[in-house]
Design a protein around this ligand. Structure first.
Ligand code: F0G
Length: 460
């Protein structure tokens, strides 16, 4: 069969360069063994995140010129609103500056009392932080199969529906203010949630009268997996699948820096709850901005309106998901343990398996990330016990069920040749894994510590 290439050609380039190994050793030390603190120009291939790092299309750049920068009632807002309404079927649309902007507006409006629960398949870190800032409790109820990294499953982002119902019964429905479905489930590997599971969540929510929200940063990638893997969806368009999915929710938050293919932007959309909408509208003014711009420039809303459409294109999604799989396959062929199958936006390397000699409180995945930077100038990110932080009640270090290195692939930025280079570096580290050593803190921030922590290799 004829192989398919990236479904675009490159019109503008941004040079990158690999600094010497000696320089990388020095830079990493200066960065406190935390790749977040590296300067981007000291990185060869940057797989820190797929968030806001995508390449916009010529159509998006053209749309930028059409931005209406009116403070109130901008034409660009109405264009964006029309697109979001068409995709979600929801009535009320509010733009925000990015995903966490949506979180800081929504959660204080649904969490009424200290200790109220928000249930999620798996909270993203800022989502959990905003639940906790609003004095709520963030509970993850993902199906355990997500933690079995080497065992194939079509939908490793699914809720454990029994656990979900049991939690509601045990803690009392009056304490549960919402269920959030994160599609795809970033923290378990960018793994998809099936439509069947989404319907199951809706059924339980209806039974108890609980609201359902989507954390829809990567909803188009999720829809593509549903089309590929779930019976009854193969002949539907991605838009049809997305619309059906949103029909089972009461609202959504979206970081548009992912499946909006823009460098900044976010959305809150609410199905029909007018009270929630007006509450969000008034709280967003001091936090984000007037409700027709919410932290975005008119030109950003124009680019987003186009990007949301482009992300629903099936050829694009096929290329996107295949590129992630391409890197995953190369690593698996060399014996590197990864979350299998690969999800939508990243390859997650199972570092608990790579360095069983490093305990969770010495951050094995961070050790692997650092080694990959030294090997190839590649920046990856730790998704494990460093990120998870401490128990808010007891202050003890929490052990993450998974210690992952995320190789996150920006949209439309790197070619498969870049992926080959990434694979070479990771395989080199894997083959030398016995030499990896754990890390301890030089400085530990109180909140979201992984972003600004300074570490050092433990003395042995
Ligand atoms: N929800 C999910 C599922 C996310 O992955 C992110 C961000 C957010 C919410 C917050 O959105 O960054 O626009 O404020 N994820 C990025 C990442 C940062 O690297 O995975 P944001």
């Amino acid at each position: 069969m004829l192989r398919k290439a990236e479904p675009f050609k490159i019109k503008m380039v941004e040079p990158i360069k690999l600094i010497s190994r000696e320089e990388r050793v020095r830079k990493l030390k200066e960065a406190g063994y935390n790749p977040f603190a590296l300067r981007a120009e000291d990185i060869y291939i940057d797989l820190l995140t797929d968030s806001g790092t995508g390449a916009m299309s010529d159509r998006q750049w053209a749309a930028i010129m059409m931005g209406d920068e009116s403070y109130a009632g901008s034409r660009s807002f109405y264009k964006l609103e029309e697109v979001v309404k068409r995709i979600t079927g929801y009535k009320y649309i509010l733009p925000v500056h990015q995903g966490r902007g949506a979180e800081q507006v929504i959660f204080p409006n649904i969490i009424k009392n200290k200790g109220d629960y928000v249930l999620n398949n798996m909270h993203f870190d800022t989502t959990k932080a905003h639940v906790e800032i609003a004095k709520g409790r963030a509970i993850n109820l993902i199906d355990e199969k997500a933690f079995n990294t080497d065992k194939y499953d079509d939908f490793k982002g699914n809720f454990d529906l029994d656990k979900l119902e049991r939690f509601i019964e045990e803690h009392g429905v009056e304490k549960i203010v919402g269920i959030v479905i994160t599609v795809t489930c970033n923290s378990s590997g960018g793994e998809p949630v099936s439509m069947g599971n989404i319907k199951g969540v809706r059924r339980i929510a209806n039974k108890y009268g609980i609201k359902v929200f989507f954390d829809s940063a990567r909803y188009a990638e999720n829809a593509y997996f549903i089309k590929q893997r779930e019976e009854g969806y193969n002949n539907k368009t991605i838009l049809e699948i997305a619309k059906e999915m949103f029909s089972y929710g009461d609202g959504m938050m979206m970081s548009c820096k992912k499946d909006g293919i823009v460098n900044i932007g976010g959305i809150i959309a609410i199905k029909d709850d007018q009270e929630l909408y007006t509450n969000c509208q008034s709280s967003m003014v001091p936090l984000e901005g007037f409700p027709t711009y919410g932290g975005m420039a008119g030109r950003d809303m124009e680019a987003l309106a186009v990007g949301l459409e482009e992300a629903l294109n099936e050829e694009y999604l096929e290329y996107r998901i295949e590129q992630v799989k391409y890197l995953g396959d190369k690593l698996m062929d060399a014996g590197v343990p990864i979350q299998y199958p690969t999800g939508g936006h990243a390859v997650f390397v199972d570092c608990k398996k790579i360095c069983p000699h490093i305990p969770y409180y010495q951050y094995p995945a961070q050790a692997v990330c650092n080694a990959v930077y030294l090997a190839g100038g590649i920046r990856a990110v730790e998704i494990g016990s460093l990120l998870l932080g401490r128990d808010p009640d007891t202050g003890t270090n929490i052990e993450s069920p998974l210690e992952l290195m995320r190789l996150t692939i920006p949209r439309r930025v790197y070619t498969n040749r870049h992926m080959d280079v990434v694979a070479d570096a990771v395989i080199e580290v894997f083959n030398d894994r016995d030499k990896l050593i754990g890390l301890e803190f030089d400085y530990e921030p109180k909140v979201l510590r992984h972003f600004t922590a300074r570490l050092k290799p433990i003395k042995i």
